[in-house]
Design a protein around this ligand. Sequence first.
Ligand code: HEC
Ligand code: HEC
Ligand code: HEC
Ligand code: HEC
Ligand code: HEC
Length: 205
Amino acid sequence: MVLALVGLGCSGKAGSAVPVSAVTGQHPTTWLADHWADFVQTPDQCRTCHGSTSDPASTGGISKVSCFSCHTKGVEHPGNWADAAQHGALGAELAPVANVVGVPPAMAGFAHCSKCHGSTYDNGPAVSCKSCHTKAPHPDKPWIASSTKATSHVNAALGNAPECAKCHTAGANSHIKPLVTPPAGTTPGCFNNTLCHGMGIPAGA
Ligand code: HEC
Ligand code: HEC
Ligand code: HEC
Ligand code: HEC
Ligand code: HEC
């Protein structure tokens, strides 16, 4: 009954049918790699057949395929994710983890956040980082630990530097600029003049 209501193909628009073949009752062969995009757009569509996407006790639904069978830690952000100590320290600031084909990705590193929050962190299907942070996809400047601020950019793993480079190449958006221009093509790093700091961290940094 339910399967018969679901048409072939999918335009990806909100409210449109999820791609499940009315003939075979199966998703397309590329589905394992791209099902996440439809989920982020319209999560309710998945729940009609797969049950809960947040409660492991009521998952599976009529499809009998549980999201938790592969995503052992769940498919949604944890409930306390809005805390800086969670999405910041235990998410964006972690070292990026390389994707392994067929394995759900680790929620780590700025670049991974941009998959759903957008390449400029305010242009993806998921909520803009700037809806809370207003100016950047991280706390306002100077973003260094002080008596009033607990958080600091120094806690971001160095592996995130290529992502910082989107906005901070040659000291852009920063009051600290490198004194030397590095050779063209230098891999972005925190202390090699590509972003804000040179070999030694300048005074006043
Ligand atoms: C009309 C019912 C239906 C809807 C709606 C539906 N699914 Fe499925 N899904 C199934 C069935 C049936 C299977 C098992 C057969 C298959 O693998 O295609 C399945 C399997 C899967 C699998 C496992 C595929 C594999 O290769 O092992 C994933 C992942 C999945 N669905 C994700 C989703 C997501 C994400 C959504 C929402 C965007 C969604 N499904 C919506 C019926 C549905
Ligand atoms: C058969 C195993 C399997 C099942 C079942 C499955 N997934 Fe996935 N899921 C994956 C894999 C593999 C990826 C990585 C795809 C990629 O980006 O290459 C993934 C990625 C995702 C992502 C993106 C995560 C990220 O951090 O990039 C979301 C969201 C997601 N799945 C939602 C769902 C939902 C919702 C269901 C249940 C309706 C579901 N998945 C069921 C294997 C599965
Ligand atoms: C697979 C897609 C996906 C990825 C990858 C992803 N997010 Fe999200 N994020 C969402 C969606 C969808 C929402 C809105 C619904 C929700 O809160 O789960 C969201 C919401 C949020 C919120 C608001 C939470 C709240 O309770 O208001 C924060 C903060 C956030 N994400 C941070 C991050 C950070 C940091 C990363 C990278 C470490 C990241 N996200 C990666 C999809 C994603
Ligand atoms: C629901 C609101 C909200 C959203 C959405 C949000 N943040 Fe945050 N984030 C905060 C708050 C509040 C803090 C801590 C306050 C501060 O220091 O400015 C914080 C802190 C951080 C920190 C610093 C953490 C630390 O311990 O040093 C990083 C990094 C960060 N957010 C990244 C992101 C990224 C990347 C996104 C988007 C993917 C995002 N945030 C979206 C509310 C949010
Ligand atoms: C999408 C663009 C963007 C990305 C990506 C980004 N930033 Fe920023 N950053 C900004 C903007 C815009 C400001 C200025 C914010 C303000 O005015 O408060 C800023 C300010 C800062 C400051 C304060 C500069 C000052 O003059 O005091 C630091 C430190 C910083 N960013 C570090 C980082 C690090 C480390 C990364 C990578 C992990 C990063 N940023 C990624 C846009 C970005």
